[in-house]
Ligand binder design. Sequence first.
Ligand code: MLT
Length: 202
Amino acid sequence: MKHIFRKGTDETKPVLLLLHGTGGNEEDLLPLADMISPESSILSVRGNVSENGMPRFFRRLSEGVFDEEDLIFRTNELNDFLQEASEKYGFDRGNIVAVGYSNGANIAGSLLFHHHRSLKGALLHHPMVPRRGLELPDLSGVPVFIGAGKNDPICPAHETEELDQLLTGAGASVEVKWEQMGHQLTRAEVEAAADFFKKELL
Ligand code: MLT
């Protein structure tokens, strides 16, 4: 997968896996990494799917309706890539924290839903429920931050609540930060994610 790897100054800190939104790329979330954990190594990945030229992490059939088969395929592909990258760059596969926005948050959620211990934790900005009717792996000891907008038209509040319940039900420790905003990523939300990271993941 096309990506950027930037070795951190403190290799004991979690590696930040950056996952952009639809139409973004591996450069987009680099400023977030500096706000969250400036000493961490960074693995920032570009989605392998193109929707009319816009990079994504998996295909969708329409707005908010995911192509499940592709979602599963791409989730496995990303999970395999994390293993390969950890060997190539020499970092601990068990020490990865995802930072995702929108479509990137959705594939991060899908990693948590499908692969036991795929992530040490996750900071999800405006995620949706990636799949329904699935038995989730044991997520105890996995901290998950969710940044959500009360007026998010793409990810309505009830979907955030559903995701919170599913993750919590699997044992994850979830914190939801609500804002009176839409789908956009705000600085206040990233600061809250950075505080959560320091409290729960260091
Ligand atoms: C998705 O397709 O992953 C969500 O609708 C968010 C987005 O617009 O990318």
